[in-house]
Design a protein around this ligand. Structure first.
Ligand code: SF4
Length: 364
């Protein structure tokens, strides 16, 4: 599509450069007084490098960048806030064009650099331990907003490569598969990112897990299970209506379709689901199932004062019970115990009141 056609479609803002062909970008550069090779530099920065900020295109003159910035935009999202914890985890509050905001987290860990992406503005699932669920959901993110989280993560890392993507931020990814899967496909196809290094997390449902498995994308699946008992799970995830057994069956169908073992995520909360009986029930549920259990001791956050982190020896006991039953288990000590490090807190700090139009819809 040409610049003029795109500009006509979006009279309110300059068109996104990413939506213009290399030729259209080159024509625009020449129109603004640049040389054809400047156009090639711009096209490479936009289409291959995915640069989101004119200041980072230092091999074009400042004057030319200033003129181009009036005609095209490199990003539809803006970084409103960066918050880096003492372990190097950086949380970003991103402003969207309609005034909404989302979060994205960058987690460096040795040679591994992981971005945690959001899929919705807010979240409808309302897990009792999650700040994101406190405000309900406003809308799904579109492909541009999803892709720009990936591009921003790469840009922020500079020379250091982005190695992993986890889709575990704000929102229930399975409620936005129509935008998410093409975006991940583009990340794999256009940027050469390995599909095996992308994991999508979900609270349910079995229908959506099967649709995800059938989609033909070899992405990882993390099932947020939290408890083997349906009643207890419903207390932890109030919108959950499906029996954990049927979710586990769907996860095994996912394994059958993709050959990839799912991960079962268990957020452990003191006196809620961290007792030996809960571990034994989980061991029974997951006996002979393909997959890996990830125990996540919950971190205390001030927005949710009625819940507590589990005692470390309780977590160890929980793990031992599962391992003694032959199950594969890891304990993920959550990085970033600092203020604002937990999911949803930056956005919550900005929007203290429940938002008009927010809703909790059943994703489970
Ligand atoms: S933990 Fe995940 S699914 Fe649950 S409310 Fe938070 S963002 Fe939503």
């Amino acid at each position: 599509m040409s610049f003029d056609e795109l500009a006509g479609e979006n009279p309110g803002r300059p068109p996104l450069a990413r939506e213009l062909s290399p030729k259209a970008l080159g024509d625009l550069v020449v129109e603004e007084g640049g040389k054809p090779f400047h156009g090639r530099i711009l096209a490479e920065c936009v289409h291959q490098k995915g640069i989101l900020d004119f200041d980072r295109i230092s091999n074009l003159s400042k004057a030319l960048r200033k003129k181009l910035a009036k005609r095209i935009s490199l990003s539809s999202t803006a970084v409103l806030q960066r918050s880096t914890g003492n372990e190097g985890t950086t949380k970003y509050l991103l402003g969207l064009e309609d005034g909404e905001s989302i979060e994205m987290v960058l987690i460096p860990d040795g040679k591994r650099n992981t971005v945690c992406m959001s899929t919705q503005v807010g979240c409808p699932i309302a897990c009792i331990f999650c700040a994101s669920g406190l405000l309900g959901v406003r809308r799904n993110l579109n492909r541009t907003e999803l892709l720009e989280q990936f591009l921003l993560a790469r840009q922020e890392l500079g020379e250091s490569p982005l190695t992993n993507i986890v889709v575990m931020g704000l929102g229930e990814p399975m409620l936005n598969l129509g935008e998410l899967l093409p975006t991940l496909d583009h990340i794999v196809g256009h940027f050469g990112f390995s599909a095996r290094r992308i994991t999508v997390s979900t609270s349910g449902t079995s229908d959506r897990i099967r649709a995800f498995a059938r989609s033909g994308h070899p992405f990882g699946l993390a099932l947020s299970l939290h408890a083997a008992d349906g009643e207890l799970r419903k207390r932890l995830v109030p919108t959950a209506s499906e029996d954990p057994r049927s979710l586990v069956r769907a996860s095994q169908d996912y394994f059958g379709a993709t050959g990839r073992e799912p991960t079962f995520e268990i957020v452990l909360l003191r006196n809620w689901n961290d007792e030996p009986q809960h571990a034994r029930a989980l061991a029974r549920l997951l006996h002979r199932q393909r997959g890996h259990i990830n125990l996540i001791p919950w971190n205390q956050v001030e927005e949710i004062p009625n819940l507590n982190s589990p005692e470390p020896d309780r977590v160890d006991r929980f793990r031992d019970i599962l391992q003694n039953e032959g199950l594969k288990v890891t304990v993920r000590r959550r990085r970033g115990r600092d203020r604002n490090a937990a999911c949803g807190q930056l956005r919550l700090g900005r929007s203290p009141q429940p938002e008009k139009g927010s809703k909790h819809i059943s994703g489970n």
